[in-house]
Write a protein that binds this ligand. Structure first.
Ligand code: ADP
Ligand code: MG
Length: 676
């Protein structure tokens, strides 16, 4: 076994007990440990004068220890150690709790760097339990790792030190030389040493650039290899056919953005290589009508279309729409879901294999092995960020390299789209159907809840419908109990005279279906739910959306939720209720009230919350990044993509000896990336 692959317990000082703590941090092998990068660094090289230390914000000061004060016992098991330090201009009292050993190590007359929060007033300043750096050590930057209970910064650092020492020269350089020189990268052993034990911030940056590049190059290579596999000759080359039947059968006029997207898809499907197109449009922009148009074109060419949605509710809704649009013009549509009985399923599989159906709508049950198509020419996935890259590739494998159309309502900032959808061409629906009104959005505190409810009642009395969305009320509560309780409260209180349906993720599929249908067909007036209504549910008669604990959601998610209303002819309203009074929360919700542009909102989200929402949750189905940050490292990403192109042009399967290291990196990064 290679040294790097050995379990973490192989290291000195890491026994089975400690090993488990490391496992909690997702560190299992020596390699994992080395690739567990510091969360941040404390730079001791630029201290501030004590007098200018910021209020209540950690900073670094540099001072000489003047005098140690006698130990003070507070109570049994609790003692306080104090010392006076000076930076020549001001004094500060250092306070250390319980740590006798640490205190005894400090020497009067010696200079130290301290990192912590400085408190007190102009006359007396204090710093409690700071991180203390002995200046004689020669280091000026300290890494700070993410920890778990029972593990200290010191222990973790020690383990990394041991790992680096015991590996010695064993870390080999996976990058071909030309890449290192062309992109000015430092060597891997140097990078690993300096990401953990940087001499100064400069070497730290060098190390980081190298590791970020590695990660983004690996990701780019992997994505491009997946794309290449699906970019081969298509077995489904179509020819131009008239689809005006479709246009004229619709109950509305398509927007020019919709028409453009359909013609782009049509043009793609007539090419020799399969289409790989993303239709990105804000909520309500009419993506389904685009999908139906493309499906109709495939049908006119004698091909089947599969449409895959992330949930049963969405699948059945898409089915309803496609059925309505397409059945009258001769297309046979089927809905295939996991909840069908075995018998019905088998029957349906047979029909699909015989070509009895032209358009098959379903959840990922569709990708299961049992399903084979007679002549699959087009695969449409809705809300594809919920599907892993692998799942995408798998469905493509069903036909003879069919065309792919992906619909996404998540307006991903351009920078991120470049990576996630790096393998796709883009059609943007930047126009809403005529007559759509802006959803009026208000953020209120719980105090105004009664008034808000009064307002909703008026809407209901006029024949409209309303959504109420609530996440878990408090951390200890599951979404399920919270939505049930909330629904009960509404039903026994303010809304006792109205019919209420309750929807949550744990309902059996057929129950869910029924709740949805009852709402859609107007048998219930209110739908209380968790975020399962987030994507795509379409009930044009509902005009109110009330969101409890609105500050719990990301802006983009709120925007998605809000997109459930404002889909019909009536003016619609969204009421965000929150008792979080922080400025941050206000600012966020205000953005939402002000703008209805999903792209602008997601840019804001990215700024305020960082890319975590896009990249932390793995919803996008991409492998997880350890060090690269898509919103910051966009320049490196471009370079990495460029580099990946050059590599693959010469060696498309990475089979040359010089690319062996790269190949291993790609395999390792993508091995767990099967989506969820
Ligand atoms: P989304 O892009 O959010 O998936 P949908 O495809 O669900 O949007 O469409 C939203 C609603 O708008 C549906 O009721 C659909 O029938 C309707 N619709 C789609 N295109 C148009 C259009 N050009 N004019 C009017 N209504 C449209
Ligand atoms: Mg939709």
């Amino acid at each position: 076994m290679k040294e790097l692959e050995k379990p973490i317990t192989y290291l000195k000082g890491v026994g089975p007990k400690k090993g488990e703590l490391y496992n909690k941090l997702d560190i299992f092998t020596v390699q994992d440990l080395l690739y567990n990068f510091p969360r941040r660094y404390i730079d001791f090289s630029s201290p501030v004068p004590i007098a200018q230390a910021p209020d209540n914000e950690p900073c670094v000061i540099r001072a000489e220890l003047v005098k140690k004060l006698p130990e003070a016992f507070v109570r049994k098991g609790m003692s306080i150690f104090k010392a006076i330090l000076t930076d020549g201009e001001s004094d500060i009292t250092l306070i250390i709790y319980n740590n006798r050993y640490g205190f005894e190590m400090l020497r009067t007359g010696q200079e130290y760097c301290l990192y912590g929060k400085v408190t007190g007033n102009l006359i007396r300043k204090e710093i409690s339990s700071p991180l203390i750096l002995d200046l004689s050590s020669g280091e000026s930057v300290e890494p700070v790792y993410h920890l778990t209970d029972g593990l200290t910064q010191f222990q973790l650092r020690q383990a990394v030190r041991n790992a680096l020492t015991s590996l010695g020269g064993e870390i080999y350089e996976p990058l071909p030389k030309w890449i290192m020189s062309q992109y000015k990268l430092c060597a891997l052993p140097f990078a690993l040493e300096n990401i953990h034990f940087p001499k100064d911030m400069h070497t730290c940056e060098m190390a980081k650039s190298r590791l970020v590049f590695d990660e983004l190059l690996t990701l780019s290579l992997g994505m491009k290899m997946i794309r290449r596999r699906t970019r081969e000759q298509s077995g489904c080359v179509m020819e131009y056919k008239d689809i005006s039947d479709y246009y004229s059968s619709l109950p509305f006029e398509l927007t020019s953005a919709q028409k453009r997207a359909i013609s782009e898809a049509v043009a793609d499907m007539c090419k020799q290589s399969p289409m790989n197109r993303l239709v990105q449009g804000d909520v309500g922009s009419g993506k389904t009508a685009v999908a139906a148009g493309a499906a109709f074109f495939a049908y006119r060419n004698g091909f089947q279309t599969a449409l895959m949605a992330p949930t049963e509710i969405l699948a059945s809704q898409h089915f309803d729409t496609l059925d309505k649009f397409l059945t009258p013009i001769g297309v046979k549509c089927a809905l295939l879901t996991g909840s069908l009985t075995q018998k019905k399923k088998a029957l349906m599989h047979e029909e699909i294999a015989n070509g009895g159906y032209d358009v098959i709508v379903g959840t990922h049950a569709l990708v299961q092995k049992a399903v084979s198509f007679r002549r699959l020419g087009l695969v449409i996935t809705d809300e594809q960020h919920r599907f892993g890259v692998e799942q995408r590739a798998m469905l493509s494998g069903k036909g003879e390299n069919p065309h792919k159309l992906v619909m996404s309502a998540t307006p991903i900032p351009r920078t991120l789209a470049l990576m996630i959808y790096g393998d796709l061409d883009l059609s943007v629906l930047n126009e809403l159907p005529k007559g759509r009104k802006k959803v009026e959005t208000y953020a209120v505190t719980g105090k105004l809840r009664e008034r808000a409810f009064g307002f909703v009642k008026k809407q209901l009395d006029e024949g409209r419908q309303a959504y109420f969305v609530c996440p878990a009320i408090d951390e200890s509560e599951s979404e399920l109990t919270s939505v049930r309780r909330y629904s009960k409260e509404l039903g026994e209180g303010a809304f006792r005279d109205y019919k209420i349906g309750t929807l949550h993720g744990q309902l059996a599929p057929d129950k869910k279906e029924k709740v949805m249908r009852d709402f859609k067909e107007g048998r219930t007036q209110i739908l209380v739910s968790t975020t399962v209504v987030e994507v795509g549910v379409d009930v044009p008669n509902s005009t109110c959306m009330v969101i409890e604990n609105a500050d719990r959601f990301g802006l983009s998610q709120l925007h998605q939720l809000r997109g459930r209303v404002g889909r019909g002819e009536h003016q619609s309203y969204c009421i965000l209720i929150t008792d979080n009074n922080s400025e941050e929360s206000h600012r966020r919700l205000k953005i939402l009230a002000k703008t209805s542009d999903g792209f602008a909102i997601s840019e804001e989200d990215l700024k305020l919350r960082g890319p975590g929402d896009f990249f932390g949750s793995r919803q996008h189905g991409l492998p997880k990044m350890k060090i690269a940050d898509m919103s910051e490292d966009i320049e490196v990403l471009k370079q990495a993509q460029h580099c990946a192109n050059i590599v693959l042009e010469r060696d498309e399967e990475l089979s040359l000896p010089e690319n062996k290291g790269l190949k291993e990196m790609v395999e390792k990064l993508f091995e767990g990336a099967t989506g969820d």
